[in-house]
Design a protein around this ligand. Structure first.
Ligand SMILES: C[S@@+](CC[C@H](N)C(=O)[O-])C[C@H]1O[C@@H](n2cnc3c(N)ncnc32)[C@H](O)[C@@H]1O
Length: 283
């Protein structure tokens, strides 16, 4: 190994000053709850370098200086959005959808007969695949006279715009969506698949931060909040779980991601095994 190679084998010089790295981590935590620690240097640099370039800042240190100098939200929002992970797919971790179809939606409809509407919150909805999966599943259940009213919330404008449009690339519809649903509920528009209005009209979308007071959103029969609590610390998880309990009707259900739990965070939910999924019920 020559000297050049030996040098390049040593950890690359961080591109951001330690105090600026701390500034970014604290800002992202304060604005979104997302915890970034020292192990996330590479991720921060990879995701924020394009943001710095778009803002006309030469590098991440200059980006921090720019953010300190201007007090407006847009740049801060861009930085936070760039640090979110938006990975999602149709019928993700299929088990909750089986539980919903077989047990929970029939149970909730029996309970809510007088109103004939179920309200669902798809929290941290990303680009909308979760909400639309539920909408298609509900259509297939064919419950005449009933409405499913889905509200999708996320802190990122970019993902919400995509969810609202209901337009997906071939690669996206290849992930998790049964071919029968693609044929029935989407129409092709050149290279993209447009979800049909009968499904699209079942969901509304709103920019909303899970750290904020959820009361203005109203109450729900069902909350899906999957694959986002993993990015938060324990106090933030507990606080959000408590807020969800406050938004659920008595007997309503919460679903979390496959690796998430209420255990040691909120002991007031009833943990129920439903089909092969775990659901958390408000007593
Ligand atoms: C990995 S995606 C999960 C999408 C979907 N729930 C699923 O399980 O497929 C996480 C989403 O959480 C959103 N998010 C992160 N922090 C948030 C917060 N504080 N408030 C609202 N949404 C947040 C991100 O913008 C991102 O779209």
């Amino acid at each position: 190994m020559n000297l050049m190679n030996a040098n390049s084998a040593v950890a690359a010089e961080p591109k951001i000053e330690p105090q600026n790295y701390r500034y970014l981590c604290e800002m992202v935590y304060r604005e979104s709850g997302i915890v970034l620690d020292e192990s996330k240097h590479y991720l921060v640099e990879a995701r924020l370098t394009p943001v710095a370039r778009d803002a006309g800042a030469g590098d991440l240190n200059a980006l921090c200086n720019l953010m300190r100098a201007i007090s407006g939200r847009p740049l801060r929002d861009k930085v936070v959005e760039a640090m979110t992970t938006n990975e999602t797919l149709f019928f993700r971790d299929i088990k909750p959808f089986d539980a919903l179809r077989q047990v929970i939606l029939p149970e909730l409809t029996a309970k809510r007969r007088p109103v004939q509407t179920l309200r669902v919150l798809s929290a941290a909805c990303s680009t909308g695949q979760e909400a639309y999966s539920l909408a298609m599943l509900w259509k297939e259940m064919k419950i005449p006279g009933w409405d499913l009213d889905i509200l999708g919330i996320d802190l990122s404008d970019e993902v919400l715009d995509k969810a609202r449009g209901g337009r997906y690339q071939q690669l996206e519809v290849n992930r998790g969506l049964p071919a029968m649903y693609l044929v029935k509920y989407f129409q092709r528009d050149e290279a993209v698949w447009q979800i049909k209005s009968e499904i699209r009209s079942m969901a509304r979308w709103r920019k909303f931060n899970l750290l904020d007071d959820l009361t203005p959103l109203g109450t729900f029969d069902l909350i899906l909040c999957r694959n986002v609590l993993i990015y938060f610390d324990q106090p933030t998880k507990s606080r959000i779980l408590g807020a969800f309990r406050g938004r659920l009707i008595s007997g309503g259900y919460l679903f979390l991601g496959a690796s998430e739990t209420t255990l040691n965070l909120d002991d007031k939910f009833l943990r129920r095994q439903v089909a092969s999924a775990i659901a958390y019920q408000k007593p």
